[in-house]
Ligand binder design. Structure first.
Ligand SMILES: C[S@@+](CC[C@H](N)C(=O)[O-])C[C@H]1O[C@@H](n2cnc3c(N)ncnc32)[C@H](O)[C@@H]1O
Length: 406
């Protein structure tokens, strides 16, 4: 820890589970579809209480993922704008914020499943999808996708989310940390095995849908937030971690199945993501980045290291440059006195540990924010392959809290 921020750290290990998707995977509505990188409802409740956020104000989550912040805010009567660059994220968030009739969902399900005819265009499917599913299953999935696309909202979104959530289990692939891999041991499930229980679970959750019209989504880039100056009362979010996870690869199946036409479009989205993976590019002009001295030193250390992939160097630099862009936008749109919370994780490349929490705290402070606290929620061990070389070194997952200066 560095002298300037040392006194602002506070261990809050009771939040350990809440910075992970553990709780959301079990909570009605939240569990309909989760990114592996989400956090939990109680974390947002905790921050809403801590910041004394009252109904009637507007909160922003500029990396909303599958909607934990907007949904938890709605439960508290607080308006929340969920912004994200990935169409999968904004679609699922919108779907979780809609109101549904249980009876209508039950009737519709009887009409759409099981389908009588399964003769749908396998040949027209994106080649990547043809590789990722058994032929017969993909044909059925495409037919069901077509049937659902003919429905009207909100039911169209409801069943589309159900379908998105079971795609991986039917596919020949699985998530493996930062990668999507082909399954070697597990046998893929069938549509008949997994779709009905998914829909049943979602219908059972309907009485728990928080009512109200607080909250909406915007598909946009967090480095260029399309909101007016001083229009927001607070921010609660979790940006991508500096861990090389490429969402456009991990969620390639879902994106190509429902949102993106082909590989070229997928690549274009990959280039536009925040630079937390080596393939993202500098597509947004970011001005006025004055890197913390500590970051410059760590970058020198990293450049002098033996790295399996040297592209990591530009990625790490790009990550902090992008986060400067995000924090300067947050400063612009937040009202003076607003509180801002970022859930972040530290990350290590070769021997160099990047204290993302402290570095971002300083970058925020250089952008007209004032760090109030850095709450340490969790310590994580390093990867087994790094353990052999560098021994055990834990890295923090923390919540950086700022106040927008008056
Ligand atoms: C850690 S996840 C957020 C998870 C969320 N807190 C939840 O509970 O579901 C990060 C999100 O950042 C989004 N993202 C990446 N680059 C972005 C950018 N430039 N602008 C806005 N969103 C971006 C990703 O699509 C992903 O949904």
């Amino acid at each position: 820890m560095n002298g300037r921020y040392e006194k602002l750290f506070e261990e809050k290990l009771e939040l350990k589970r809440l910075v992970t998707p553990y709780q959301s995977r079990k909570t009605p509505v939240y569990r309909w579809y989760n990114l592996n990188h989400s956090y939990s409802q109680d974390l947002i409740f905790n921050l809403i209480d801590r910041f004394r956020i009252e109904p009637g104000v507007t909160i922003l989550d500029p990396f909303c993922g599958t909607g934990t912040t907007p949904l938890a805010c709605r439960e508290k009567g607080v308006d929340c704008i969920g912004l994200d660059i990935m169409p999968l994220s904004t679609f699922v968030t919108q779907g979780k914020l809609m109101e549904y009739s249980t009876q209508k969902a039950m009737n519709d399900f009887e009409h759409i499943f099981p389908s009588k005819q399964y003769d749908f265009g396998f040949k027209d499917a994106v080649p990547y999808l043809q590789k990722c599913f058994p032929h017969e299953q993909l044909t059925k999935l495409l037919h069901l996708r077509f049937t659902i696309s003919q429905m009207e909202d909100p039911e169209r979104k409801f069943f589309a989310i159900a379908l998105l959530n079971i795609l991986k289990s039917i596919s020949l692939t699985k998530n493996d940390g930062a990668f999507l891999r082909f399954k070697t041991k597990e046998k893929p499930k069938t549509l008949e095995e997994v779709f009905p229980p998914q829909v049943k679970m979602m219908i059972d959750d309907l009485p728990h849908c928080p009512s109200g019209n607080n909250g909406h989504t915007i598909r946009a880039d967090a480095r260029r937030i399309p909101l007016a100056d001083c229009s927001i009362d607070g921010v609660i979010t979790s940006p991508p971690y500096l861990n090389r996870h490429d969402y456009t690869r991990i969620y390639a199946i879902e994106l190509l199945f429902s949102f993106i036409e082909d590989n070229e479009q997928l690549k274009r989205l990959r280039y536009k993501m925040l630079r937390s993976n080596v393939e993202a590019r500098r597509v947004v002009d970011i001005h006025g980045f004055k890197p913390p001295q500590r970051l410059e030193k760590l970058m020198d250390e990293l450049r002098a290291s033996r790295l399996p992939n040297r592209k990591v160097i530009d990625m790490v630099w790009g990550y902090f440059e992008d986060m400067h862009g995000v924090l300067s936008e947050i400063h612009r749109i937040c009202k003076p006195g607003s509180r801002i919370a970022f859930v972040v994780g530290n990350c290590k490349y070769a021997k160099t540990m990047f204290p993302v929490d402290e570095l971002l705290a300083e970058i925020g402070d250089n952008n007209g924010l004032k760090t109030e606290k850095i709450l340490i929620a969790r310590y994580r061990g390093n990867a087994p392959q790094q353990m052999k070389t560098f021994g055990k070194q834990s890295s923090r997952e923390s919540i950086v809290i700022w106040e927008r200066k008056k």
